[in-house]
Design a protein around this ligand. Structure first.
Ligand SMILES: O=c1nc[nH]c2c1ncn2[C@H]1C[C@H](O)[C@@H](COP(=O)(O)OP(=O)(O)OP(=O)(O)O)O1
Ligand SMILES: [Mg+2]
Length: 448
């Protein structure tokens, strides 16, 4: 019986949280019970001098512990002015382990440095560091693949590490905490790959010896632990599933966080027998920054980023109002016209203000909509639609969203916000773009 009630072959509670830090290309907070380690992977476009010009990359690691990660305070190594032997040994182990599963030639002439910082130590900090460092490294490499800097993944297979040991009771146990570790008769760290091969075995009898039979048991228990840890890593690294598969005909994922658009798309696609999911269904997915200068650039950016994330077919809409008297403004900046907050009311107020002295005959404008469809491994499709109108001095109507209350459709003598949802969806820029999408779809979809 173990002091914390675990079975002999049971890991502590393992959690791996990813993308926990803002700056590093890959970051995780990994916990094995009360042992907690931040692992941060940094990409650098250069390699150490001994590798320069050889076309091969480098992966290395640093390890450290916060002063109060332990029961009593340890002086910072930076204050001591030198690294302890233990720190050196552990960071070399982490680096060696990571390099064993990375094809350094495929990585190209760049380095990845993984910093493992223990914030709380309760046994097994080096094994938690290696297991977390592998995930941070994978996340950083994912970035290189997403940005197109790498086309092939240099990671050969998963890697994890765990501790095993023999308790004074002769029991062989998995994943020792500090209490068990400090009393153990045999103490062993195993670093292993997904294919079940060893990268490193560090095993020592602590004032005791162990038999070949015990060694075998230790390796077997460790192997199971490693398999569980790798399964956990795979869960964390798997692309998020939107519940939508490429080619699944009944659901379409739309990369928008705009409720007004979502409602219109739902109505339009319902008629076609398609259900709609939007980013409103995935509040954890960060907003895609619209850094493009054109509707097309932004629509592609949104569709392709989200398609890569979910690994499925995605539609995105970039739209806006173009006012002739304002030389086509606010255009691609329509959502942020009155500032970052993206408030419809503030945008409309600003538009009214900008047009104060412009006579009605010169207040012509159009709504523009660009739609982009992206699917994994396929060139994206782009279509667009527009509708002409005039900007009123005073808003009218409660339907729709955005600039609808100020946008008069002259042929109907109603603003977009005075039309019903279904009336707007017959004539709007979005409706026109969807017609264009209908026309181009079959030809494009053949290749999905
Ligand atoms: O039918 C429309 N009726 C009124 N206003 C409209 C419409 N369609 C676009 N607009 C205006 C308002 C919106 O704030 C901006 C779109 O900016 P845009 O970046 O495409 O959308 P967004 O940031 O609100 O949502 P998202 O990027 O998540 O799709 O243009
Ligand atoms: Mg936007």
């Amino acid at each position: 019986m173990r002091h914390d009630g675990r079975d002999y072959n049971e890991l502590r509670k393992v959690t791996i949280e990813k993308d926990v830090l803002k700056h590093p290309e890959g970051s995780v907070l990994i916990s094995f019970g009360d042992t907690k380690v931040f692992c941060a992977a940094t990409l650098e476009d250069r390699v150490p001098p001994f590798l320069r010009g050889l076309g091969t990359g480098w992966v290395t690691a640093e390890y450290s512990m916060l002063p109060r990660a332990t029961n009593t305070r340890n002086r910072r190594e930076s204050a001591k002015g030198k690294l302890t032997g233990r720190t050196m040994e552990i960071q070399r182990l982490i680096g060696r382990s990571l390099r064993s599963v990375v094809d350094l030639e495929k990585l190209g002439e760049r380095s990845i440095i993984v910093d493992c910082d223990v914030i709380q130590a309760d046994g097994g900090t080096r094994t938690a560091s290696i297991t977390g460092a592998f995930v941070a490294l994978s996340l950083a490499i994912e970035k290189l693949i997403e940005s197109g800097e790498l086309t092939e993944n240099p990671i050969k297979e998963h890697l994890a590490a765990v501790s095993v040991g023999v308790l004074p009771t002769k029991e062989v146990v998995l994943d020792l905490d500090y209490v068990e570790d400090s009393a153990a008769a045999v103490d062993m760290n195993l670093v292993m790959t997904e294919s079940g091969e060893f990268v490193e075995i560090q095993g020592t009898g602590e004032e005791s010896t162990f038999t070949a039979a015990e060694l075998n048991q230790l390796l077997q228990v460790g192997d199971l632990g490693i398999k569980e840890l790798i399964a956990r890593q795979q869960e964390v690294l798997a692309p998020q599933s939107a519940g939508v598969e490429v080619g699944e005909d009944s659901v379409i994922l739309i990369a928008t966080g705009n409720k007004g658009k979502a409602k219109e798309f739902e109505a339009i696609f319902k008629e076609k027998g398609l259900a709609v999911k939007t980013l409103l269904d995935f509040p954890d997915v960060p907003e895609v920054e619209e850094t493009g200068k054109t509707f097309t650039e932004n629509a592609l950016l949104k569709a392709e980023t989200i398609s890569k994330k979910f690994n499925c077919l995605v539609l995105a809409d970039d739209s806006g109002l173009m006012v002739d008297a304002l030389n086509g403004q606010p255009g691609v900046y329509s959502a942020r016209y009155a500032g970052k907050l993206k408030s419809d009311a503030a945008n409309n107020a600003k538009l009214m203000h900008e047009l104060t002295d412009i006579p009605q005959s010169e207040r012509t404008a159009k709504f523009h909509c660009t739609l982009a469809v992206a699917a994994p491994g396929k060139e994206s499709l782009v279509v667009e639609g527009e509708v002409k109108g005039e900007i009123l001095a005073i808003p009218r109507g409660d339907n729709g969203f955005g600039y609808d209350p100020l946008f008069l459709v002259p042929s109907l003598n109603k603003t977009m916000a005075e039309l019903s949802g279904s009336e707007k969806n017959k004539i709007s820029h979005r409706a026109q773009a969807i017609k264009a999408l209908d026309n181009a779809w079959d030809e494009w979809y053949k290749g999905v």
